[in-house]
Design a protein around this ligand. Structure first.
Ligand SMILES: N[C@@H](CCC(=O)N[C@@H](CS)C(=O)NCC(=O)O)C(=O)O
Length: 378
């Protein structure tokens, strides 16, 4: 399974100048994938604090594991259960692409070179009305605060997520300084990104994510440079040159440009959306929001995944904590990209990681997490 990739994404970073700067004052010019392939989209070069390491290799004796569908590794059952809460509270939002339909057919009706999930001797034929997707990945600078609810209560900024209705709701609960209001305020503030990720899955978009964890040295400051304020998520569409803050605006833009113009019901129910998205995060509080020192690779990792899958969620958390830019090949149920991966690898399962910096390609969430930590943690 280990080998050199046949897709070689453009480096995130511009070639470094011949001068090597001292470790403490290195300045690097960073370009996004899309920026490097087309300078006419209005994107700007930006400086980062970190120099990407130029050579990475897989951990010693690395062997990619065999895929084991729908089976968490024994020591990760609680993690996967916690991550599954999102699927339950959000009623599976993001699990199916737009216009999804499915039918059960006898096994022998589906040719062996076609991806189809097998259930109880039947194959599930799935389809969608997704048309051609944008040429270049959408770029999203992401930060999802998932603190322990009592460790940082940050009320300012809640106006971004319709806090007036949330505050009225809490008021009715006779607000006092016990755990629930802390928890409530915290989660209400942090649900924006989840909804954006859900729409990415529904619209089957590929996204180049730039993680901006708390204290992340590289991409977080760029958001301020590009858009004028430190607010997340921040989206840049290199296909149109449009960039914006505000999850609601981003969702409206994406469904208008790449969908049928209608915001899905579960993303447009106001306080209900906010609450369910907030509770969806409870199982993973404290994960995927604070920077853990890491080595920055020259190329983005590529992850085949989709938002509500608990197996994918635990991998995304580590990519965010390590501040590793990654291209998400979104492939919720009904996505034509499932067939693409099936043809490429002979099996479909997510998460599936391709690392162009080492040539590693692998399934299995727990092993992917360990691989990322072994390769990139400082
Ligand atoms: N043991 C695997 C399980 C991953 C898994 O089962 N993923 C599901 C999505 S949640 C999948 O890809 N199933 C195959 C399919 O949907 O056809 C891991 O930990 O990564």
């Amino acid at each position: 399974m280990t080998g050199v990739l046949n897709v070689s994404p453009a480096p995130i970073f511009r070639p470094f100048s011949a001068h090597k700067l001292s470790r403490n004052n290195r300045v690097l010019f960073v370009k996004s994938m899309a920026q490097s392939s087309d300078s006419s989209n209005g994107s700007t070069s930006l400086s980062t604090k970190e120099e990407p390491n130029s050579s990475f290799s897989p951990p010693p004796n690395f062997k990619p594991p065999k895929p084991k569908p729908f089976t968490p590794r024994g020591d990760k059952i609680l993690d996967i259960l916690g991550a599954s809460l999102a699927l339950i509270f959000r009623l599976g939002t993001g699990a199916l692409v737009s216009g999804y339909s499915a039918s059960f057919v006898p096994k022998n009706e589906v040719p062996s070179d076609q991806y189809a999930l097998e259930i109880a001797g039947f194959k599930v034929k799935e389809s969608s009305n997704i048309g051609p997707r944008p040429e270049k990945p959408i770029e999203i600078y992401e930060f999802e605060r998932r603190n322990s609810p009592v460790s940082s209560l940050t009320l300012p900024g809640m106006e971004h997520v319709g806090i007036s209705s949330a505050a009225r709701f809490v008021g009715r609960l006779n607000y006092s300084f016990d755990l629930f209001p802390f928890l409530f305020f915290q989660i209400v503030k942090d649900v924006n990104l989840l909804q954006v990720r859900e729409i990415v899955a529904i619209l089957d978009l590929d996204v180049l994510y730039y993680p901006c964890p708390r204290n992340g040295p590289n991409f977080r400051p760029k958001v301020g440079q590009m858009g004028g304020k430190l607010q997340f998520p921040y989206m840049v569409d290199p296909n149109t040159g449009v960039s914006m803050y505000e999850s609601d605006e981003i969702i409206k833009y994406l469904v208008g440009k790449y969908g049928d113009g209608n915001v899905p019901l579960m993303l447009s129910l106001g306080l209900f959306t906010t609450l369910t998205a907030g509770f969806a995060m409870i199982g993973r509080m404290g994960k995927g929001s604070s920077y853990k020192p890491s080595k920055l690779p020259p190329k983005p990792l590529e992850l085949w995944a989709y938002e509500p899958s608990p197996f994918c969620k635990v991998v995304r958390e580590v990519l965010v904590e390590q501040e590793l830019p990654h291209i998400l090949h979104s492939c919720a149920r009904g996505s034509p990209k499932r067939q693409v991966l099936y043809e490429r690898v002979g099996h479909f399962q997510v998460p599936y990681l391709e690392d162009p910096n080492t040539g590693v390609q692998m399934f299995e969430s727990a092993d992917i997490v360990e691989y990322i930590q072994a390769t990139y943690a400082r």
